[in-house]
Write a protein that binds this ligand. Structure first.
Ligand code: COA
Length: 150
């Protein structure tokens, strides 16, 4: 079983994992520097990560979550999302948001199973990405925004 802890400044950044969830290294760097990053470890080996940033005093966003390919499908993603809800509550936030692609069916399932509800769609959010992203045979074009009260 993995253990989840806060990532500390100066530790190695699990960039390969962060890039699984977001192809833009520049964006990834921006948000892990301004947010809080947590890592899931098994035998001192990083197998998962999430980053939570502040939107405003009452709202936080789960901006990146990823589990290394070898460890996916074993419940670590669920435990990371649950952990993010816990740390958000502890920090005093009243609401948490997350965004994912229209084609990310597993992620849409994961977030809804853990209490998030769909709020709105940002059409063509992913149109700026040069390489078309295709998942489950669906072109990823729009961002689905989900949220829950804490
Ligand atoms: N087949 C079908 N459904 C799956 C699945 C698989 N192999 N793996 C995960 N799921 C779905 C299921 O709905 C599952 O719920 P269940 O256990 O009630 O069936 C739910 O996801 C959670 O599974 P879990 O094992 O906790 O997920 P995970 O450890 O694989 O982590 C991600 C989920 C999304 C973090 C992980 O797949 C990942 O890193 N993907 C690449 C990066 C990414 O897309 N990040 C999110 C950007 S929005």
């Amino acid at each position: 079983m993995e253990s989840i802890r806060k990532w500390e400044q100066g530790e190695a950044v699990p960039m390969d994992l962060l890039l699984l969830a977001d192809p833009s290294e520049q964006k990834v760097k921006e948000y892990y520097q301004k947010g809080e990053m947590y890592i899931a470890e098994i035998n001192n080996h990083v197998v998962g990560v999430y980053v939570r940033i502040q939107i405003n005093e009452i709202t936080t966003e789960l901006i990146n979550i990823a589990v290394s390919e070898d460890w996916q499908g074993k419940g670590i993603g669920k435990r990371l999302v649950e952990h993010s809800l816990h740390t958000a509550r502890q920090a005093g936030y009243k609401r948490i948001e997350v965004g994912t692609g229209n084609s990310s069916l597993d992620q849409l399932a994961l977030y809804q199973k853990l209490g998030f509800r769909m709020e709105h769609i940002i059409k063509d959010y992913f149109a700026e990405y040069n390489q078309p992203i295709i998942e489950n045979g669906i072109v990823c074009r729009d961002m689905v925004r989900l949220a829950q009260e804490l």
